[in-house]
Every structure is written in structure tokens, then in C-alpha cells.
Design a protein around this ligand. Structure first.
Ligand SMILES: Cc1ncc(C[n+]2csc(CCOP(=O)(O)OP(=O)(O)O)c2C)c(N)n1
Length: 655
């Protein structure tokens, strides 16, 4: 049965003239034991909520997964798709893509991410089991990880968190083949992975990855463990290829006709390319159906659940928000209308969360050791721990990258909307995972505070300058930078309603005045930008654009301009992406037709030209910040109302 995987992998890579045969051939025995003896799944229902998850963290070995999906009878994974490996529009892209290919649990390829996603999946499983009972939620998360996965730094964050939280249903099968692209692993690495995982609180063992009984015994033991488990499976990369096997030559290129013929002979595989004999197909298809009785029994248990609890479970898995969201948002806006707050937007976010958390039980928050600074933990939130997985706040530790990737795993698992906390400048530490959340269309929400030089004394290492622009560059990511408490509530609502992509909430450390007064049912941030204050007359001479804490500067500049009898309007731009997605006419109306456009944002200019035009004035940062009280910094860098008014007047004189 394992040779069927090997043959399909060799043939598909050969036909595509590109791909990675080594890992599928080497890990075929491990995968065969897992799929035929352990993995709880039903190929007829790839999204059964209580299925075991299988994450191929080493995404370059995608043919392993495609061969498994094909052999176990996933309807869409036909032999024609295998033949179209790596071709445009096929279900068999170079690396596995979530949402593109049924049966693929997460997009992998950037090494280390899948392993960290799996930690999030395992957290989600424990959390939902604590809420809904093991009758409804009781599954394992298996990972196939390579040397590359374990060399990546993110793996350390992931395994440390998993060990700490004692995620006993997480089992990592390490394809311990001692080979990477450059050659033997010894060129660059001498870590004892078993000891490393043990040090992180895992059960860890080393086995022969070509011995089905050893693999079986190790997985059996891992399933009984009270800790997450590493099984280091010693394998031969490209197993079966007589010349290239065991070397980096089988890692990432077609083996060639001659070597494939020799491998077929060595493996005793006499069938032509892409053909699997019925005697081997049948047990594989049976493996794909093995979990069907378990799925049907689970469906009965779900049906027997208390109707409200069942409806709640199903709602959470669908990812629908509750009907309490609207009332929660209204209550916050109402309170802010009654008693305006001059607070930091990070505090406004906590104020919003106090209403959102009871309304949306699927929200699971956290922080990478900046809880008090990020304001992501409200007073009533209980921490999640190994002794109580029902807690809704995760102390991720100083592990931004692992946090962001684990959040992707939680969102992919379903039933949870994860939100995080860290400083905006450390979005760079999360970026590879944020990019994958955007690529996969996952609703994860990052609360990123201390969003500019406005954080003050911590200085340029902590002051984001280019991060807003860098995040806005990621497709399908919404970057929100609200200007006050009301906008913060509205941006939270928009992030929650963005079911098909991640969001960043960039929030201030420093207090900002409330600029939105009175009660407005309408979410004004939904258009991405809106006229916060109109000009005194119909024809504004100046349009002032700003985001976040700089909107108050623009408002003050408008007053200065009015004193000089210049009419100006102020446009708040909480989300570029929503503005760019708005219908052209609406976008044009918001941008307006003033003869002078001036934008102010405590970041670099990049990205703004699409709104204000390349000839417009931009007041922001052109280099790194400095360490000083924040008011001094705003003066030092010229981010003041006086400067904005002065620039606008100078431009007017020229026009
Ligand atoms: C973050 C990241 N860096 C680099 C790569 C490119 N890359 C793909 S596979 C690989 C290493 C291959 O070694 P290993 O993980 O042991 O896989 P095997 O050779 O056993 O298939 C590298 C560097 C990548 N996919 N992701």
C-alpha cells in the first residue's frame, strides 16, 4: 500500500517535470500506518467537525497528501488531478492549499507553519471539548514534520506552547531522514530533537519509520500519553530509488525515467504510471471508509444533544456570529454617546471587548506577554491552562510568530474566532503567519497596540514606522486604525464580520479625544473612509485625511485653517482596504474634489498616493522615531496641527 504512494509521487512529479518525490517516498510507510490504522476520518465528508486533523507541515511533500486523498477515495481527488499535478487550476498545486483542495487542512509550504497551526488546532479541540463535552469533540491532531520544519524558529515557539498546555492529543510524526536541500543535515544542524521535545514537556521517542509495527506501537503509546508526543521516524528520503534515495537528489526534482524504472523494479511495482492494481486500491478505499461508522455515530450523538446546545455548536462551526452582536455594538456606542471618553484606542478596545465577549462566546483572546499593555484581557476573562481548557484567554508567552500561526490553526479548526495582542512593531514577528491567514481567508484578529511614535519613551525600536504600509501590502488583510473609541467599536465589528480574511486593529498607547459625538447606528467605518467633519461651505478648499491618533491633529488643523478663512473638511480613513473595495462613486465622493489634499499619519507615505494623489502633501515619518515623551516627538517630527495648516496654506497659495 505504501508503494502506491511512492509510485504516484514519482509519476506525478515526473509528469509535471517539477516537485518533490523524496518526502512522499520516504514517509509513505508512516502515512500508510497512520491512515489505515489510526486516523479518524471519512473520505466522504472532508469537513466532519470531529475528524482527526492531519497536517502535512512539510508542504513540499504535497504528493504524499494528494496520493493519500486519492487512494482513500476523496471524491474530487481523481487520478486526473494527480496527473495534472502542479498545473493551473488543478486540485494538486505545488504546495497544499486550504480551501482549494478538499481534505487539505491548512496551507503549508513555508516550513514550520503547519506544525504551529496544528498546535492551534489542538488548542481548539481541547477548548471546545471543555465546552461541549468529549461526546461531541474528541479528536487528535497529527502532523508530519520534516527537518526543515524543526529547524525553523517558529517550531520552538509552537512546541513550547504545546508542551506547556499539555496538548496530549497532538502527535508529531517527524520524518527524520537527515537530508535537506543542501545535503546531509549535519552540514547545518546537530540538535537532538528527541531531547529538545522532551525538554519542552513532550513525550518523545525514536523509531524505524519503515517498520509498520514500530510505527503502530509508537502511535498507540502516543495516544495514551498525557503529553503531546513526538515520534521521530527514521526514514530514507526517496525510499526505493536505488541511486537517488537517501540523498538530497531525491528531495526536489523528478527522478528521471531511468531511476523511476529502477525504483519500480526495486519496490516490485510493475504497474504502469498512474495505475494502482485493484488488490491495493481496495484496502486503500476501505481505509477511507473506516471512519464512517464513527462519523454516523457522532452525528447521532450530535442529534441527541440538547437542541439549544446543538444549535450553538453548529453555529460556531459554521462561523456565523450571534444575533447579540448588534445589541452589543449599540450598547457601546450608546454609552460613548452619553459619556464621551478621552482614552487610548487600546483602552477603547477593552471597552468594546467587555460587550463583545459575552455576546460572542467563540471569541478566544490572548497576548504575547503584553496583556496589560494590549488590553486584550477583560476583568472577567479566565485564562486557559492545562488544567482548565475552558478559559478564553491564552497567555501565549513571548511568542508572536507561534501565536499568530496557532491562531490560524484555531480559525481553521472552526468554532473559535481568535484574537491576539502584541505591539504593532512586532507584526513583523507575525508576518509569515498573517500572510497565510490572508491567503487562506481565515478570520483571525490581531490587536496591535502602541501603533506609532505616540508610544513615546520606548523609542525607535518599538515605534512602528513602516508597519502600517507593510501590512496594507498584504492582499486580503484589513488594517484598521481607528481614531477614537467609537471608531474602535466599529472597526471591531467590521473585523468580526470579515469572515473571509484576517484583520489588524492598530491601536494607540496614548489617549485620544472622542471625535464622534451623538449616537449613530450606522457603522461609518464600513466604507473604509468617511467625512468626519464637513467644510463650512459646499466647496472645501482643503481635504485633510488622517488615521488613528492623527485624526485629532487634522481636526485641530481644520480649526486653524478656519481662523484663516480657509474651508477644510476632515476625512477619517480607518481602513484603506475597505475604501479601495468601495464602489468608485462612493470612493470619489469621500476623497472629494478639494484643490489641496493633505494627509497626516505617523508612518511612511507608501500607499497614501492612491487616496490623496501623488502630488498631494503628506505629513508623516520618513525615517525612524526617537526616544522621548510622545508630545515632544510629535513636535520634533512635525506632526502637529500647525504644521498641517501651514502646509495646506502653502499648497493653496501655489494652486
Ligand atoms: C520558511 C521556508 N524556508 C525555506 C523553504 C524552502 N525549502 C523547502 S524544503 C526545504 C528543506 C528540505 O529539507 P527537509 O525539511 O528535511 O525536507 P526533505 O528534504 O526531507 O524533503 C527548504 C529549505 C521553505 N519551504 N520554507
Amino acid at each position: 500500500m505504501a508503494n502506491a504512494i511512492r509510485a504516484l509521487a514519482m509519476d506525478a512529479v515526473e509528469q509535471a517535470k517539477a516537485g518533490h518525490p523524496g518526502l512522499p517516498m520516504g514517509a509513505a510507510d508512516v502515512a500508510t500506518v497512520l491512515f489505515t490504522r489510526f486516523l479518524k476520518f471519512d473520505s466522504a465528508d472532508p469537513s466532519w467537525p470531529d475528524r482527526d486533523r492531519f497536517v502535512l507541515s512539510a508542504g513540499h511533500g504535497s504528493m504524499l497528501l494528494y496520493a493519500l486523498l486519492h487512494l482513500t477515495g476523496y471524491e474530487t481527488m481523481t487520478i486526473d488531478e494527480i496527473k495534472r499535478f502542479r498545473q493551473l487550476g488543478s486540485l494538486t498545486p505545488g504546495h497544499p492549499e486550504y480551501g482549494h483542495t478538499p481534505g487539505v487542512e491548512t496551507t503549508t509550504g513555508p516550513l514550520g507553519q503547519g506544525l504551529a497551526n496544528a498546535v492551534g488546532m489542538a488548542i481548539a479541540e481541547r477548548h471546545l471539548a471543555a465546552l461541549f463535552g468529549s461526546n461531541i469533540v474528541d479528536h487528535s491532531t497529527y502532523v508530519l514534520a520534516s527537518d526543515g520544519d524543526l529547524m525553523e524558529g517558529i517550531s520552538q515557539e509552537a512546541i513550547a506552547l504545546a508542551g506547556h498546555l499539555k496538548l496530549k492529543k497532538l502527535i508529531v510524526l517527524f520524518d527524520d531522514n537527515g537530508i535537506s536541500i543542501d545535503g546531509p543535515l549535519a552540514l547545518a544542524d546537530s540538535v537532538d530533537q528527541v531531547k529538545r521535545f522532551e525538554a519542552a514537556g513532550w513525550a518523545a521517542t525514536r523509531i524505524d519509520g519503515h517498520d509498520p509495527e514500530a510505527i503502530t506501537a509508537a502511535i498507540e503509546a502516543a495516544k495514551k500519553s498525557d503529553r503531546p508526543s513526538l515520534i521521530a521516524c527514521r526514514t530514507t528520503i526517496g525510499f526505493g530509488a536505488p541511486n537517488k534515495g537517501g540523498t538530497e537528489k531525491s528531495h526536489g526534482s523528478p527522478l528521471g525515467a531511468e531511476e523511476i524504472a529502477a525504483a519500480r523494479a526495486k519496490l516490485g511495482w510493475s504497474d504502469p504510471p498512474f495505475e494502482v492494481p485493484a488488490s491495493i486500491r481496495e484496502p486503500w478505499l476501505a481505509a477511507g471508509k473506516r471512519g464512517r461508522p464513527a462519523r454516523l455515530a457522532w452525528e447521532m450523538r450530535l442529534a441527541a444533544l440538547d437542541p439549544p446546545q446543538r444549535a450553538e455548536f453548529e453555529r460556531r462551526i459554521r462561523g456565523d456570529l450571534t444575533d447579540k452582536l448588534g445589541a452589543a455594538v449599540r450598547s457601546v456606542k450608546d454609552k460613548l454617546a452619553q459619556a464621551p471618553k478621552e482614552i487610548a484606542t487600546r483602552s477603547a478596545s477593552e471597552f468594546a471587548l467587555e460587550a463583545l465577549l459575552p455576546a460572542l462566546p467563540e471569541l478566544v483572546g490572548g497576548s504575547a506577554d503584553l496583556t496589560g499593555s494590549n488590553n486584550t484581557r477583560t476583568k472577567t476573562m479566565k485564562a486557559m491552562s492545562a488544567s482548565d481548557y475552558s478559559g478564553r484567554f491564552i497567555h501565549y508567552g513571548v511568542r508572536e510568530h507561534g501565536m499568530a500561526a496557532a491562531m490560524n490553526g484555531m480559525a481553521l479548526h472552526g468554532g473559535i474566532i481568535p484574537y491576539s495582542g502584541t505591539f504593532l512593531v512586532f507584526s513583523d514577528y507575525c508576518r509569515p503567519a498573517i500572510r497565510l491567514a490572508a491567503l487562506m481567508g481565515q478570520r483571525v484578529i490581531h490587536v496591535m497596540t502602541h501603533d506609532s511614535i505616540g508610544l513615546g519613551e520606548d523609542g525607535p525600536t518599538h515605534q512602528p514606522v513602516e508597519q502600517l504600509a507593510a501590512l496594507r501590502a498584504i492582499p486580503n488583510l484589513k488594517v484598521f486604525r481607528p481614531c477614537d473609541a467609537v471608531e474602535t467599536m466599529e472597526c471591531w465589528q467590521l473585523a468580526l464580520e470579515s469572515k473571509t480574511g484576517p484583520s489588524i486593529l492598530a491601536l494607540t498607547r496614548q489617549n485620544v479625544p472622542q471625535l464622534r459625538h451623538g449616537f449613530d447606528e450606522h457603522n461609518r467605518c464600513a466604507l473604509g473612509a468617511y467625512e468626519l467633519i464637513a467644510a463650512e461651505d459646499d466647496a472645501a478648499a482643503v481635504s485633510l485625511f488622517a488615521t488613528g491618533s492623527e485624526v485629532a491633529i487634522a481636526v485641530a488643523a481644520k480649526t486653524l485653517l478656519a481662523e484663516r478663512r480657509v474651508s477644510a473638511r476632515v476625512v477619517s480613513v480607518p481602513c484603506f482596504e475597505l475604501l479601495f473595495a468601495a464602489p468608485q462613486a462612493k470612493r470619489a465622493a469621500v476623497i472629494g474634489t478639494a484643490s489641496v489634499n493633505v494627509a497626516v499619519e505617523a508612518g511612511i507615505r507608501q500607499g497614501w498616493d492612491a487616496i490623496i494623489g501623488s502630488d498631494a502633501a503628506f505629513i508623516g515619518m520618513t525615517g525612524f522615531g526617537a526616544s522621548a515623551p510622545y508630545k515632544d516627538l510629535y513636535h520634533h517630527f512635525g506632526l502637529t496641527a500647525e504644521k498641517v495648516a501651514e502646509v495646506a496654506l502653502a499648497r493653496l497659495r501655489k494652486s
